[in-house]
Design a binder for this molecule. Structure first.
Ligand code: DX5
Ligand code: ZN
Length: 215
């Protein structure tokens, strides 16, 4: 079943609680939360205290995407804040399995994220352990960028690896997803679609979510 994960990066930051409620009511499956540290990517966005405050506003799954250096230092805080999934970038870590274990130790789901330039083979060492694989379809750092179609081949390759593993791993894509690109990534094997500007940039959030879902 296809899941839609609106990214609150494109929401009104002065009213995040209300924005989360609005997108919950509009039919979001997961709430995607983009955490940036100003080092792994240029911007600084949302910290664990904000996530903790948002937790009161919805029961939906919190899908926390860490775009940070040394994500191992953030796991406890985001677990405590109420994350359900925590994803970290393979490009940012030296001891990835230890981080997966730390996430699982909190009873949460662990995901690895790959930049557009990172090859599918980087997934292999994690295939027995992770619950989700996040393929970035833009370079992380900003909302509203153009989808990089070269990533479609990698989505297909990772879908094959997941099928071969026989494990229930979700395949999430993030960046430049709208009703048009949704068709392409779903066809390539994605089953969780992150969308920021294509949801929060529209007046009617449920219409926006629906148009991506039926793509
Ligand atoms: C980009 C973030 C994305 C971003 C997607 O670094 O990881 O989650 O919010 O925004 P859109 O859907 O506008 O490309
Ligand atoms: Zn993201």
């Amino acid at each position: 079943m296809l899941k839609i994960a609106p990214s609150i990066l494109s929401a009104d930051f002065a009213a995040l609680g209300a924005e989360v409620e609005r997108v919950d009511t509009a039919g979001a499956d997961y709430i995607h939360i983009d955490v940036m540290d100003g080092r792994f990517v240029p911007r600084i966005t949302i910290g664990s205290d904000v996530v903790k405050a948002l937790r009161r506003h919805t029961k939906k799954t919190f899908d926390v995407h860490l775009m940070v250096e040394q994500p191992e230092n953030q796991i406890d805080a985001f677990a405590d804040a109420g994350a359900d999934f925590i994803s970290f970038h393979v490009e940012a870590v030296k001891h990835g399995h230890r981080i997966v274990q730390a996430i699982h130790g909190h009873g949460l789901k662990a995901a690895i994220a790959l930049n557009p330039g990172t090859p599918a083979v980087m997934v292999e060492p994690y295939i027995d352990d992770v619950d989700m694989i996040l393929v970035m379809t833009v370079n992380p750092g900003f909302g509203g960028q153009k989808f990089i179609s070269l990533t479609l081949k990698k989505i297909r390759q990772i879908r094959e690896m997941i099928t071969a593993s026989g494990r229930p791993i979700e395949l999430e894509v993030d960046g430049g997803i709208n009703a048009d690109t949704a068709k392409l990534v779903v066809d390539a094997g994605a089953d969780v679609l992150v969308a920021g500007s294509a949801v929060f940039g529209e007046k009617n959030l449920s219409e926006a979510i629906r148009s991506i879902r039926i793509a």
